[in-house]
Every structure is written in structure tokens, then in C-alpha cells.
Design a protein around this ligand. Structure first.
Ligand SMILES: [Fe+2]
Length: 176
């Protein structure tokens, strides 16, 4: 005869906090998760813009620019999963849909029908610099709550963003 199950069901937590154990305070989880949610929306927006320009590039430097933007898009996309999972590791939640991205992104989309190659690269320089600044802001939130793990990821991503800015800037403004 089977014994009756007497153990209490595990507390799965509320919808907002999914019950993942963490030593961070609820205030820290809320602040860091929100920062990461916004950053993830920005990163998806920049990823799609970079791919958009990769797809719609034209002109004498087509091959170089097309390949550069693909390389950058791959690096940008690689940030998305670690950003989302960082929020989940500390018990927070993250983006759930394209609509959610649109609601939280701070970097602007580009829907232009005929953007020149130089205008594309200039826009990406500006966005890359903006993303760097936003990541420095996210780092400050992490510092406030001693979340060194998220801060450490951000430090690597800031370095990568600065490298992307450098490459884009030199491509547009470098001496011939
Ligand atoms: Fe491609």
C-alpha cells in the first residue's frame, strides 16, 4: 500500500518573485531586475538595428560594412541570454515579448527606407556610446547593492561596446 505524501508543497513564490533563493534584499532584486529588463530591451533594439543595417547596406564598401555589422550583431546578441538569466538567478523576472521590448527600450528604432551607409554607421556610433553610458548606470545600481556578479558582466560588456564604438568610428571618420 502506498504511503500518503505528507510533505508540504514547496513554496513557489509569487508571480513577481519566483522564489529563487538569494541573499540580496527584495529592494535590490527589484532595482537590479528592472535595470536588467531595460538593458535587455535596449540590447534587443540595437541587435535588430545592427542586423537591419547589415541587411540594407549598399555602396562601394558593401562587403566590409556588411561583414562588420554582422560581427557586431553576433556580439550584441550574445549579451541577451546572460542578461535575462542574471535577473532570473537573483529571483527576478525579465522580458516576455516583443511588446515588452518596445515598452522598455530607451534606444530608438530605425525605420528609414533609404539610409545612407555613413548615416547607418553614425547612428550605430551614437547608439553604441549611449548603450555604454546606460551600462555604466546599471553598474552603479549593482554597486549600490553589492551585486558584484552583475557588475562583473557589465564590465566586460562595456569593454566590448567601446570596441564596437571604436571600430564604427574609425570606419566612418578614419583617415584615408
Ligand atoms: Fe547575414
Amino acid at each position: 500500500m502506498a504511503t500518503r505524501q505528507t510533505r508540504k508543497p514547496l513554496n513557489r513564490g509569487t508571480m513577481e518573485s519566483l522564489g529563487t533563493p538569494t541573499d540580496l534584499s527584495p529592494a535590490a532584486v527589484a532595482a537590479i531586475s528592472e535595470t536588467l529588463r531595460q538593458l535587455l530591451a535596449d540590447v534587443f533594439a540595437l541587435y535588430l538595428k545592427t542586423k537591419n543595417f547589415h541587411w540594407h547596406m549598399s555602396g562601394a564598401h558593401f562587403r566590409d560594412y556588411h561583414l562588420l555589422l554582422d560581427e557586431q550583431a553576433t556580439e550584441i546578441f550574445a549579451m541577451t541570454d546572460p542578461i535575462a538569466e542574471r535577473a532570473r538567478k537573483i529571483g527576478g523576472t525579465t522580458l516576455r515579448s516583443i511588446g515588452d521590448i518596445a515598452k522598455h527600450q530607451r534606444l530608438l528604432d530605425s525605420n528609414g527606407q533609404s539610409v545612407t551607409p555613413n548615416a547607418m554607421l553614425e547612428e550605430l556610433v551614437a547608439d553604441s556610446r549611449c548603450l555604454t553610458k546606460l551600462m555604466r548606470g546599471a553598474h552603479e545600481v549593482c554597486d549600490e547593492f553589492k551585486d558584484v556578479a552583475t557588475a562583473s558582466l557589465l564590465e566586460v560588456w562595456i569593454d566590448e561596446a567601446e570596441r564596437r564604438t571604436w571600430f564604427l568610428y574609425e570606419t566612418v571618420h578614419g583617415r584615408n
